[in-house]
Design a protein around this ligand. Structure first.
Ligand SMILES: Nc1ncnc2c1ncn2[C@@H]1O[C@H](COP(=O)(O)OP(=O)(O)O)[C@@H](O)[C@H]1O
Ligand SMILES: [Mg+2]
Length: 419
């Protein structure tokens, strides 16, 4: 067996030195029982490598389970991994085996291992060092023989420095580090991969296939591929299905590539000794939080204005800001202060005995739209529903689209009763 055999067997495309090096490491470490920590960006092939390690090991006839640690709610993760006894918590009507019990004599792939809560990390360290674990709600120590392959797309050592990941566990998992290169680091493989995917998908969808012009190939190479091979595969699939032209040049190709986010357009927090630096998720929360605060302020403002019984004309003269806001909320309709070629926004003063509590009416339907656009919760659940629908209920994909972690999505689905 040589490296090409491995590539053929596991469908790995590419010849770049970094990729070959990764395959070499996986191949060498596979037959040992050593824990491996696979590091690489999302979509770079970490899961593929976990299969290589299992299949080329003596455990290949044993079970293999891939667990996405980021997708399991904190409250149930111990029970998922280590099992629980009947009645150990509300809803535990039956005893249940955990993955470490089920996978005895096999391999467990712990994806997004950096997301594990600290308590679970302690249990994991124990099972790694002694093979011992305890079901939730039990006191009986059980034994298992499981090989752990873990993966992360973030720098876990950063989490160690911040106290969010146990240092001892980090070293235990990282006995052999395996780094999967991003697509940017192996540009020479991009065209090869694209051609292979186009052939596969044209076959699958019985479409005639496409050819890239040299400038399109260059565009492909220059693109940053934040989603790595997964993204490239995805775009090849779209082109195979949708593209009418048989020869694809750079402008055509560019239509399929999401616009690259220049780094400078993202909010930047200057790292400062002693100050917390924000993860992407923290940032997202902060943005949402600020938005919510703005919304609350706005509502207050509107209520106050209503209380004061100011007529719309007053806004027109005094507050271009309000006009602007209204324009933003409802860009397709006219806004306060515009000539009466459209229904006028009227603000009823409840103190002056206007109908019901219908404070704002544009006409009934419009009023509803205004109401809706002010509800962050509704917008949120709406977006989540849309994302889930778009991805046919696949939470992983939906979460990625929404830019939140699977765990956050899971929680929101529960909180918002979207099940
Ligand atoms: N070198 C490669 N050659 C061909 N396909 C690959 C390669 N690396 C990854 N893939 C494919 O890309 C997709 C993402 O890989 P995956 O292992 O799930 O990434 P990760 O776990 O790092 O997010 C999968 O469909 C996988 O088959
Ligand atoms: Mg993955």
């Amino acid at each position: 067996m040589d490296i090409q055999d491995i590539k053929n067997r596991f469908g790995i495309i590419g010849n770049s030195p970094l990729l070959n090096r990764a395959i070499d490491v996986a191949w060498q470490v596979a037959p040992t029982d050593i824990s491996v920590l696979i590091q690489g960006e999302s979509g770079s092939g970490k899961e593929v490598f976990s299969h290589i390690i299992h299949q080329l090991s003596a455990r290949k006839h044993g079970p293999f389970i891939a667990v996405n640690c980021g997708a399991i709610p904190e409250g149930t993760i111990d029970s998922e991994l280590f099992g629980h006894e009947k009645g150990s918590f509300t809803g535990a009507h039956e005893a249940r085996k955990g993955y470490f019990e089920v996978v005895d004599s096999g391999t467990i792939f712990l994806d997004e291992v950096g997301e594990l809560p600290l308590g679970t990390q302690a249990r994991l360290l124990r099972v790694l060092e002694t093979g011992e674990y305890i079901r939730v709600g039990s006191s009986k120590v059980q034994k298992t023989n499981v090989r752990v392959v873990a993966a992360t797309n973030v720098d876990v050592y950063e989490a160690v420095k911040k106290g969010r990941f146990r240092e001892d566990l980090y070293y235990r998992l990282n006995t052999v580090p395996l780094r999967i290169p991003s697509l940017r680091e192996r540009k020479e493989d991009i065209n090869l991969l694209f051609r292979k995917f186009i052939v596969d998908f044209s076959d699958k969808y019985r479409s005639p296939g496409v050819q890239l012009t040299p400038d399109a190939q260059e565009t492909l190479m220059k693109y940053s591929w934040p989603g790595n091979v997964r993204q490239l595969k995805n775009i090849a699939e779209q082109i195979a299905v949708l593209e009418k032209e048989r020869v694809v040049d750079s402008p055509i190709l560019s239509k399929y590539l999401p616009i690259e986010q220049p780094v400078s357009s993202l909010p930047v927090f200057v790292k400062d000794a002693g100050k917390e630096d924000f993860s992407e998720r923290d940032l997202l929360y902060k943005v949402l939080f600020d938005m919510k605060k703005d919304m609350v302020d706005l509502k207050k403002l509107v209520v106050e204005l209503i209380k004061e019984g100011v007529s719309p004309g007053t806004y027109e003269q005094n507050s271009p800001y309000i006009n602007q806001l209204y324009k933003e909320v409802k860009p397709s309709a006219g806004y306060l202060g515009e000539e009466s070629t459209h229904p006028t926004l009227t603000i009823h003063n409840p103190n002056q005995g206007s109908k019901g509590n219908d404070y704002m009416s544009y006409d009934d339907q419009e009023a509803e739209e205004i109401e809706e656009s002010l509800s962050l919760v509704e917008k949120e659940s709406d977006l989540i529903k849309k994302a889930l629908k778009k991805h046919k209920g696949k939470r992983k994909a939906a979460a990625r689209e929404l830019g939140i972690s699977e765990r956050t999505l899971y929680r929101k689905i529960k909180d918002l009763n979207l099940d």
